[in-house]
Design a protein around this ligand. Structure first.
Ligand SMILES: NC(=O)C1=CN([C@@H]2O[C@H](COP(=O)(O)OP(=O)(O)OC[C@H]3O[C@@H](n4cnc5c(N)ncnc54)[C@H](OP(=O)(O)O)[C@@H]3O)[C@@H](O)[C@H]2O)C=CC1
Ligand SMILES: CC(=O)N[C@@H](CCC(=O)OP(=O)(O)O)C(=O)O
Length: 349
């Protein structure tokens, strides 16, 4: 116990934070030593989360940099947009390493953040320091970083499904359309009318069309992969399930390429990366096949008639889309095997 890396979680009473608690409970080299709350410090975490009874009974700490520094080496921020922009610099200044799960440090342009998030951007000096941790694409940058910005849930599923084809010039980036669907836990634990059971159950809703805050994040990485500016159509939908994201992506294929060609390209791009599984020809993944796990599963269908490819990519939004990828980034940051503490099988059915 004593030699493990000490971890603090800010936002531990939210869905991302409590998922970090669940996953870190079985990490061989890291342990959670402080769970904090800005609204209920001094009460036991198991009070709000009875599933933690007998596992984590300690009282929630205040969100104070000095208190956190006294107990931990690394801090995960699982807080709403607009919190890390102020808090992360204070935590870095006291010598903590920081992994931020929010969108506050993903976009390097403050103007772009303010346009899409409608909030004041973080200080540019810290924006420059934060490494964008899309682990299978930018993992080399994460090694030895002190400050990581974890990607969004939708961008993770979407970009893992698009980057190899865009990078190789096998699809025309100007034709990409992304049709994405998420379970309700993607919206966090806070309650509002739009997430009420009777509004969600037996319903399928499109939302934030052409306004979603993940549009510039997706375009940032696609532009990097294409080597030129890329703009995309990205449509999001709420599905009556708790966990899971499916991104279905359409694009025009450049050259004469079959689904099998794409499968081989992706298997080669992700070679050695345990958390991306490329499905064999004719097999498309579903969200239940990655539920509760850190996997991203990807399948392909090429339509010779239209010249278009359909790419289907699925993740669990709380694991690969949030807490799992954040721990994968912790592993990379520490120079450990990226799979440590994440080697569990999806819960099925
Ligand atoms: N849910 C998901 O699938 C994903 C979420 N994310 C991102 O991760 C972050 C957390 O999301 P999620 O867990 O769903 O959100 P939740 O709303 O479930 O939880 C957020 C937590 O942040 C804490 N908080 C709120 N304000 C402050 C503050 N001023 N200072 C410190 N803590 C504060 C609250 O706890 P308390 O009141 O106890 O302090 C709250 O429980 C968000 O930025 C989200 O966009 C990213 C990928 C996927
Ligand atoms: C279902 C649902 O509402 N999902 C949220 C995902 C929010 C999120 O994860 O936001 P950041 O990655 O920007 O922090 C949404 O669409 O806004």
């Amino acid at each position: 116990m004593g030699t493990k890396l000490k971890i603090a979680i800010v936002g531990s009473t939210g869905y991302g934070g409590v998922e970090l608690i669940r996953l870190l409970a079985s990490h061989p080299l890291a342990e959670v030593t402080s769970v904090t709350s800005s609204s209920s410090a001094g009460t036991p975490i198991s009070q709000g989360f009875p599933h933690l009874t007998g596992i984590r009974e300690e009282l929630l700490d205040d969100v104070t940099p000095e208190t956190i520094k006294a107990k931990a080496d690394v801090v995960f921020l699982a807080t709403p947009a607009g919190v890390a922009s102020k808090l992360a610099p204070q935590l870095l200044e006291v010598g903590l390493k920081v992994i931020d799960l929010s969108g506050d440090y993903r976009l390097k342009s403050p103007g772009l953040y303010e346009e899409w998030y409608k909030k004041p951007a973080a200080d540019e000096r810290y924006l420059e320091q934060a490494v964008f941790g899309l682990a299978e694409v930018y993992g080399d940058n994460v090694r030895d970083a002190a400050f990581i910005s974890n990607p969004g849930c939708y961008p993770t599923a979407t970009l893992l499904g698009l980057v190899p084809a865009v990078k190789e010039g096998w699809i025309d980036p100007s034709t990409i359309i992304i049709d994405a669907k998420s379970g309700v836990s993607g919206a966090g634990r806070g309650v509002s009318l739009g997430y009420h059971y009777s509004e969600i159950n037996e319903n399928l809703k499109a939302y934030k069309l052409n306004k979603h805050q993940h549009v510039p994040e997706i375009e940032m990485v696609l532009s990097d992969a294409a080597g030129k500016p890329v703009v995309t159509t990205f449509s999001t939908h709420l599905v009556p399930m708790t966990r899971g994201i499916m991104s279905t992506m359409y694009a025009t294929v450049l050259g004469d390429r079959s689904a099998q060609d794409f499968i081989e390209l992706y298997r080669s791009y992700y070679e050695g990366r345990r958390f991306v599984r490329i499905r064999p020809e004719g097999e498309l993944p579903s969200t239940k096949e990655v539920w509760g796990s850190n996997y991203c599963d990807i399948g392909f269908a090429v339509d010779k008639r239209t010249g278009r490819i359909t790419i289907v990519s699925v993740i669990d939004n709380l694991v690969k889309g949030a807490a799992g990828q954040a721990i994968q980034n912790l592993n990379l940051m520490m120079g450990w095997d990226e799979t440590l503490g994440l080697q569990f099988v999806p819960a099925y059915p």
